[in-house]
Design a protein around this ligand. Structure first.
Ligand code: ME8
Length: 503
């Protein structure tokens, strides 16, 4: 069996600074991709930028540069940010890439020739910041239902995608593939609020601006930015290019990770495009919640912008990664505040993880001159502890498979808490006073080191830098995620992993 795993983030609008909300999606995708790699999957992790549309054209005009110059700078900035966040993406697609533009044109022609795209006249309401068309029943007091800004009326000749033709097929697919839209609540929302009331055909071309991919047989039209953007998931793999080997290998995607406000595009428009192209549908679209500040979505246009680099400088990368992965139950909104970030650093990272590692290594160095092996002097109180170690991997794996990331981390940190408790139960400092208990003492420290090694291995996807430090300090290269009877540890001098942050 080919164990492949194709995971994508949305492609981001390079229309301003990237904020911690954007980092949220990407850090989650990164943790999942790393976890799958560790499990032996051939992973393709893709991210990128969505560079066309009126919004970008307007922004470029405002600052007096060409749209391409405008996006080039921001895209470079995004790539730098992903590097700072240690994002292990395999592919970065830009919708201005030649391979993408050519494939989008071929897709447009193919759907037109098939009759699934046709020419008509568009009359309706358009929200420029969201690049979204709305019907009069969808707008709220003349405002965009997504962002609350003014929509304006447009009338123009346009091409349409026949969503209506595929409505029944889509409902049938969603209902027979319960894992397709997750979490479950988003699936019900899509079916009841959007699909069942009736799908209107979607306007998929524009004539009022030029910054987009031209419709090859009607050059005054550019392709609607969402149609252009959604295809990134296949164009990057070489679909309809000279070399489609990656497409054959990785498609269909295993997971499209998207924010909840764009689930609609990914579970209605995108699957219908794929049905029209006679291609298989992605296995899952997961709609995550938002990072909010004081109850409001963090957003570049809402004025609650937070620069992720500032936080990385101040608290360290792994603290930021840990916070967003742990604090927000995946799928729900989660509040971002510096106070709760500091609380997490102190309680989980400095106290629970950092102290355990420091105390254990210090004891190993003090009592056994850095060299520890298993002396197998087992006490009844060890049974429960060793049992927890051996169950940890399957518990974490099961939670990761359901994308319950915060809970997967909770399992690992529960194990670390258990290990700290094991120190209190076994009282190594008392054992150390009795020469006859030396072998028992070494067993205790060995058991602790095994738990640290296993937790570090399981934490690698989430805290890549810290876990490297831990594994370096215990000098152990065994990668098995279960208790090993005959391991050996040659310890280094411990250095603190996280400093407690005082107010
Ligand atoms: O939507 N919390 O791009 P985008 C969590 N180009 N996630 C957030 C967030 C927050 N505060 N703010 C934004 C687009 N995001 C399109 C995608 S895909 C074919 C085209 C998430 O830059 C948001 O939910 O506006 C979305 O998933 C992603 O950042 C990109 O947003």
């Amino acid at each position: 069996m080919n164990k492949k795993f194709y995971i994508t983030t949305p492609i981001y609008y390079p229309s301003g600074k990237f904020h911690i909300g954007h980092c949220y999606t990407t850090i989650i995708a990164d943790a999942i991709a790393r976890f799958k790699r560790q499990e032996g999957y051939d992973v393709c992790f893709q991210t990128g930028t969505d560079e066309h549309g009126q919004k970008i054209e307007n922004k470029a005009k405002e600052v007096g540069v060409s749209p391409k110059e405008y996006v080039d700078e921001i895209v470079q900035n995004a790539k730098d940010l992903w590097e700072k966040l240690d994002i292990s993406y395999d592919k970065f697609i830009r919708t201005t890439d030649d391979i993408h533009e050519k494939a989008v044109q071929k897709i447009f022609v193919r759907l037109y020739e098939k009759g699934d795209i046709y020419k008509g006249e568009y009359k309706g309401l358009y929200c420029t910041p969201c690049e979204s068309f709305w019907t009069s029943t969808q707008v709220v007091d003349g405002k965009c239902p997504d962002c609350g800004r003014e929509v304006h009326e447009v009338t123009e000749e346009a091409y349409f995608l026949r969503l209506s033709k595929y409505q029944d097929q889509l409902v049938e697919y969603i209902e027979s593939h319960p894992e397709f839209i997750q979490p479950e609540s988003r699936k019900n929302e899509m079916i009841n609020n959007f699909i069942k009331p009736g799908l209107e055909d979607l306007c998929v071309s524009r004539t009022s601006f030029t910054w987009g991919i031209q419709v090859p047989f009607d050059k005054k039209h550019v392709v609607y930015v969402w149609l252009d953007a959604l295809t990134n998931y296949i164009t990057s793999l070489g679909y309809l290019s000279n070399d489609d080997s990656e497409f054959k290998n990785y498609w269909p995607a295993d997971l499209h990770l998207v924010g909840k406000e764009i689930v609609r595009f990914h579970t209605i428009v995108w699957p219908i495009m794929l049905m029209a192209l006679e291609l298989p549908l992605p296995k899952q679209v997961f709609g995550h919640g938002w990072l909010v500040v004081n109850g409001e979505k963090i957003s570049k246009s809402l004025g609650n912008y937070r620069d992720p680099r500032e936080y990385i400088e101040k608290y360290g990368l792994d603290a930021i990664r840990y916070f967003v992965l742990r604090e927000v139950p995946f799928g729900n909104d989660g509040s971002f505040s510096e106070d709760s970030l500091v609380a997490r650093i102190n309680s989980d990272l400095a106290n629970n993880l950092g102290n355990l590692v420091q105390r254990t290594i210090s004891m190993g160095n003090k009592y056994f001159s850095r060299s520890i092996s298993n002396k197998s002097v087992i006490d009844t109180m060890d049974k429960d502890f060793l049992n927890s170690i051996n169950h940890l991997y399957s518990e974490v794996e099961e939670r990761m498979n359901r994308l319950h990331i915060s809970e997967a981390l909770e399992s690992i940190f529960e194990m670390l808490r258990r290990a700290n408790k094991y120190i209190d139960e076994t009282t190594p400092w008392i054992l150390a006073k009795d020469e006859d208990k030396k072998q028992r003492l070494e067993t205790v420290i060995y058991n602790l080191l095994e738990s640290i090694r296993i937790c570090a291995i399981l934490l690698q996807s989430f805290l890549p830098t810290t876990t490297q430090k831990i594994l370096g300090q215990i000098n152990n290269e065994r990668i098995e995620s279960y208790f090993i009877e005959d391991n050996h540890y040659q310890l280094s001098t411990p250095s603190p992993l996280f400093q407690r942050i005082e107010n």
